[in-house]
Design a protein around this ligand. Sequence first.
Ligand code: ADP
Ligand code: MG
Length: 391
Amino acid sequence: MIRRIDELDLRGRATFIRVDFNVPLSPERQVTDDTRIRASLPTIARAIEQGARIVLASHLGRPGGKRDMEYTLEPVATRLAELLDRDVVFADDCVGDGVRKNIRDLREGDVVLLENLRFYPGEEKNDEHFARALAENVEAYVNDAFGAAHRAHASTAGMVRFVRDRAAGFLMMKEIEYLGGLLEQPKRPFVAVVGGAKVSDKVGVLESLVARADALLVGGAMAYTLLAAKGKPVGKSRVEHASLPLAERVLKAAAARKVEVLLPEDHVVAKTFDEHATPEIVTEIRDDAMGLDIGPKTRERFRQVILEASTVFWNGPMGVFEWKSFAEGTMAVAHAIAGSKGVSVVGGGDSVAALHASGVHDKITHISTGGGASLEMIEGKVLPGVKALEV
Ligand code: ADP
Ligand code: MG
């Protein structure tokens, strides 16, 4: 069982909240996108209401276990203070005497943000001494950093056993509920839409979905590996030859379970992999062309299946959506999912970016904040950061 933050008694207690404040910064070290900070505001606000003495911790970038001021979290403390409309103390370290004093000085509802956890090699190595040092000054542990939950690091896994109470934040809980819900008892029909760059990245995801979904709609570059596995002409499309046996395995598993697999029946092709290449709609790909998006017939077919779903999961763009000429398939899928009356869940860095570009993101039931973490969860893996919260 996993408790939620509001099930803990936090009044007056030093509460470590692992957040994902790994935000992009400008060269002047200004936060350029505060989505991740905003995503944890409900949890932080709740901890304030509960009278906790709040210790926030996160990683930022890849400082490689060394103190490197290019990756300081200080600009994040400034932005967080603005968003919370209250003071946020910035501690210039995440362990040690200074931090101990910072935490001791906190009153109920006060917030301190610790310096980047990855300034210490012990964080990513999940070193026990470092984990104990993080746990030393706190009495409760809350994890709201879903995006880091697939890593067994000191702050996401190692330290938890050294703290008396543990719980998930609201963001973490929502991710577990929606992504876990797809695996457990999805309302049927359950339609999975998968695309993106590589079959090899997503074999685990495909196999898990084939075992659970009623229909699998495949677009993006990975569709060409599946089409090639079926002996269809794919021209110069991006095919992973080494993954052809995996593709065959997925198709076989689908046939055995009677899962409907819909592959593109028409395509937007071009002669070169170029933003300004001339797009052409075809049903059969010639040798000198490559598929860069699903065609209009495929979009319509996908739309019909999606609209009949009670549960839809989407990961992976249908084409090279970064280029206007090859974005329509991805936008069509985004709009269809937004129009479905069932539960809709979208995960994956590029898919979420495409969804935001489509402007219909507010019609989606759950947009996952974790790229790798959400895919590992869909694969059915137990994430170390989730497992550590079990009581
Ligand atoms: P996500 O981040 O949502 O999991 P991926 O990283 O797997 O998605 O895939 C996204 C990338 O796949 C995009 O950069 C997109 O341009 C590329 N892509 C999609 N379709 C094709 C295609 N037909 N040919 C080449 N690249 C493609
Ligand atoms: Mg990606």
